[in-house]
Ligand binder design. Structure first.
Ligand code: ZN
Length: 414
């Protein structure tokens, strides 16, 4: 392991795709910004948030105070709880249908809508267009998740313009949380630019049209970000709760499990049971591709977060990462069927997107990590024992039903 390339405190390296720097002590920018969580006065910051949102409260009650993007996983219950119960706002929930839905995700989304008594708008883009785009972005960009991320990040903004509800409230900012791209005190807000550069790998919907002749106007128009004039006329802005609340997903999820019956599930490729339970692919096929492209998987994100919050030592985290990042995909067959591509063709595409900084081909179809870029090698034993952390699984992703994508969910009870 080369200490000059990897943080001495967490497991991130300078190859992190969002960009990360190490200081003179070898500590990364993400770990340094994390220190703010224990030095900032969160009471003062909460007051700032209350002051910020108060002009957006609609006294007449005839429309919504804000938009909250949600899914049947991640931090959605906590965000809606904070917005509705603590800030006293009346949110319109919006969700983009990824089509890779698990039964548990459908159940959690229904639970969210019912327990918090909120209206919800669901965007179902024509599935043929979604498949067309997925085939193209997977082949050309090595991304099967481009339409999911594009949809999740654009639909709330389109809804804000359409309903003339200017305030959008997101959870944590990934660039701040993972790599310390901003300080909490910058109070960074949603931008078109960050979405394009980082969420969408530099390609907006119209860029796909001009680059790839496999797509047409009909495929991509739903993913277009509203233009500046429309955004300005409504006064749309998107804020992040993580700038005002000491963000720590594990206890937040535990509170949501206790209070509102949020449910988690076990994954092969990580120890976190709460994060992406709405999707068969995020912690599976998509995560395998992330590993090939960037040399690390989502379990490293979870492990770094747990190190920073003081719940794992670096060695414990490394042992978990070493175990989980090499676990086989469990849901590849469903993705092949959905995309109408066979597994061998898909494996060929995956290999084309292996990062040469990370991987070396040592024989036909045989790959090994480049020595300079192998941060999870070493003597640490592999371990799947995260028991002491106390992540709970309440059900299976399929909840005992058929293990298949639920294209459009019925709600709850199923
Ligand atoms: Zn670090």
């Amino acid at each position: 392991m080369n200490k000059r390339l990897q943080c001495v405190r967490c497991l991130y390296s300078v190859f992190h795709p969002l960009g990360l720097v190490l200081d003179d002590e070898g500590v990364c920018s993400g770990c340094r910004i994390h220190e703010e969580k224990d030095t900032l006065d969160w009471g003062v910051r909460w007051k700032k948030l209350e002051d910020l949102v108060s002009p957006y409260k609609v006294e007449s009650g005839r429309t919504y105070d804000c938009i909250v993007p949600v899914t049947g996983g991640n931090d959605s219950h906590f965000i809606v709880h904070t917005v509705k119960n603590r800030l006293g706002l009346n949110p319109l929930l919006v969700t983009y249908n990824k089509y890779f839905n698990t039964a548990l995700g459908i159940r959690n989304l229904a639970n969210l809508r019912i327990k918090f008594n909120c209206d919800i708008v669901v965007q179902n883009v024509n599935p043929m267009a979604v498949r067309n785009i997925t085939r193209t972005t997977l082949r050309e960009l090595g991304s099967m998740y481009w339409p999911c991320i594009a949809g999740q990040t654009v639909f709330p903004v389109q809804t804000a313009v359409r309903y003339k509800v200017p305030l959008i409230i997101w959870g944590a900012h990934q660039g701040l949380e993972q790599v310390g791209m901003f300080s909490h005190e910058h109070e960074v807000e949603m931008t078109r630019r960050y979405r394009k550069d980082h969420d969408l790998m530099g390609k907006e919907a119209d860029d796909l049209l001009s680059i790839f002749d496999t797509l047409s106007e009909d495929d991509v128009w739903q993913y277009r970000y509203p233009d500046d004039a429309d955004l300005a006329s409504v006064g749309v802005r998107g804020i992040y709760l993580g700038n005002y609340v000491r963000w720590d997903p594990k206890p937040q999820h535990e509170e949501m499990v206790r209070q509102f019956d949020y449910q988690g599930a076990t994954f092969g490729r990580t120890f976190d049971t709460y994060d992406h339970v709405d999707c068969y692919n995020f912690m599976d096929v998509h995560d395998h591709i992330k590993y090939l492209k960037h040399g690390y998987a989502k379990v490293t994100d979870h492990a770094c977060r747990e190190i920073r919050h003081g719940r794992l030592t670096r060695d414990q985290a490394l042992a978990l990462v070493r175990f989980h990042e090499v676990q086989p995909m469990a849901h590849l067959d469903k993705f092949c069927e959905w995309l109408r591509v066979d597994a061998r063709a898909l494996a060929f595409i995956f290999n084309q997107h292996r990062n040469p900084k990370v991987w070396q081909e040592i024989g036909p179809g045989e790959w090994r990590r480049q020595p300079d870029c192998d941060f999870t090698q070493g003597d640490t034993p592999r371990s799947n024992d995260s028991g002491l952390l106390g992540f709970e699984a309440h059900d299976f992703l399929h909840m005992g039903g058929p293990c298949a994508y639920i294209t459009v969910g019925k709600g709850y009870p199923l």
